[in-house]
Design a protein around this ligand. Structure first.
Ligand SMILES: Cc1cc2nc3c(=O)[nH]c(=O)nc-3n(C[C@H](O)[C@H](O)[C@H](O)COP(=O)(O)O)c2cc1C
Length: 388
């Protein structure tokens, strides 16, 4: 994807606008959309917007510090790039570009099981560690092999996603034929015509950016050539029978940090602590799974009240700016993850655009710290919020 940007993006809406222009419709919708009527998707952003910061001035903001400690690692700001399946389709070798941008910004990148670039390729970017996200496969032998590869390639933190026992119904993907179906006109609309209308992407990613398989599992997926074959394979291999027993097994076999992603219930949060997970991500999968559930912003303070002192809490879903990062810290998270923002930025202008987006998050965060009197990210608590 070209590095030139017409209008300089100043925030998420601008990166999204440029991504929409550059990407084929089916791919933009796959990223942008959520499950069902997208009620939870909208709630995720609306509920962060509704959290009000309390302005406090004349507090010597000259020594601002956005950095935090997370799992023994220093982060330049409390932000992690969330695992995004097929994220690498938004720009040429997308996850490699994302890892470079994350390294430069001093934050972790988390690679999805169903990312495009294999962990071996991502590991070559630098010797800075990255995170790996795992979906449980029925074949535990393959899972163990994946974990050994991850360990060998410097993965320190394993994110295990627990909210995909069944796949959310995503209307946009159904309409675009991502979930199968489509008549002859639909196939043409989502294929040849869509590519012709987005020639830059078609050349840069479609033609030059291969291979387009799911790099981490390609060796186990025999005779699969395109994302549709891979989606079919994952549909048969993803294990929907996973319970806490499997988490206990994972805790035994994985020696690094274990983070459970997709906790949205106080009892589940307590169970995660009891089973020995090092942390959890309060998340509804970016509104892509069960439409109608609460936003992560609404659940975070309740979960923080219940288990915040016993674990490392992270949150994702609807975080769109540095102000949102401060709100997430205030409500009990140690850091937040973003999914759509980083892939939209990559689609907008590759690594350069993503680097710009991360700079904007940090600038916004500095403004929020400086004008709430918090100054140091490590000290942010509920006092930076307006009392109800
Ligand atoms: C296109 C897309 C693909 C995703 N793929 C995965 C995935 O492979 N594994 C996973 O655990 N979460 C996945 N997620 C969820 C994200 O990790 C994250 O929870 C979510 O995007 C956060 O919400 P946000 O996009 O509003 O920041 C995906 C999200 C999107 C938008």
């Amino acid at each position: 994807m070209g590095e030139s940007l017409n209008l300089l993006p100043a925030g998420f809406v601008d990166f999204r606008r440029d991504a929409e222009r550059n990407l084929p419709r089916f791919l933009f919708d796959y990223i942008d959309g959520g499950a069902g009527a997208e009620v939870t998707l909208r709630r995720n952003t609306a509920d962060w917007e509704a959290v009000q910061l309390n302005q406090k001035v004349l507090v010597d903001a000259s020594k601002m510090d956005c950095s935090v400690e997370l799992f023994g690692q220093k982060l330049a700001m409390p932000l992690v790039l969330a695992p995004v399946g097929m994220g690498g389709m938004t720009a040429r070798r997308g996850e490699v570009q994302a890892k470079r941008a994350a390294d430069a910004a001093g934050i972790p990148f988390c690679l999805s099981t169903v990312g495009i670039c294999p962990m071996e390729e991502v590991a070559q970017v630098s010797d800075k560690p990255f995170w790996f996200q795992l979906y449980m496969l029925k074949d535990r032998g393959i899972v163990q092999e994946i974990l050994s590869r991850a360990l060998a390639h410097g993965v320190t933190t394993l994110v295990f996603t627990i909210d995909l026992a069944v796949l959310g119904t995503r209307y946009r993907d159904i309409r675009n034929g991502m979930a199968g179906g489509l008549g002859p006109w639909g196939k043409f609309r989502s294929g040849a015509l869509d590519y012709a209308l987005h020639p830059r992407w078609a050349f840069d990613v479609g033609l030059m950016g291969g291979p387009h398989g799911f790099g981490n599992i390609a060796m186990y997926v025999k005779q699969s050539r395109n994302p549709r074959d891979y989606l079919h394979w994952t549909g048969t291999q993803f294990d929907s029978s996973v319970t806490w027993k499997d988490i206990a097994w994972l805790r035994q076999v994985w020696p690094g940090k274990l983070v459970l992603k997709g906790v949205l219930d106080v009892d589940d949060a307590k169970q995660s602590v009891a089973i020995g997970a090092d942390g959890m991500i309060v998340s509804n999968h970016g509104g892509r799974q069960l439409d109608g559930v609460s936003s992560s912003a609404a659940m975070l303070p309740r979960i923080a009240d219940a288990v915040g002192s016993e674990t490392t809490l992270l949150v994702d879903g609807g975080i769109r700016s540095g102000q949102d990062l401060v709100k997430a810290l205030a409500l009990g998270a140690k850091a937040a993850l973003v999914g759509r923002p980083w892939v939209m930025a990559l689609a907008a202008g590759g690594e350069a655009a993503l680097t710009r987006m991360l700079t904007l998050y940090k600038q916004d965060m500095r403004t929020a710290l400086g004008l709430t009197g918090a100054v140091n990210a490590r000290d942010v608590g509920r006092e930076v919020l307006l009392k109800a």
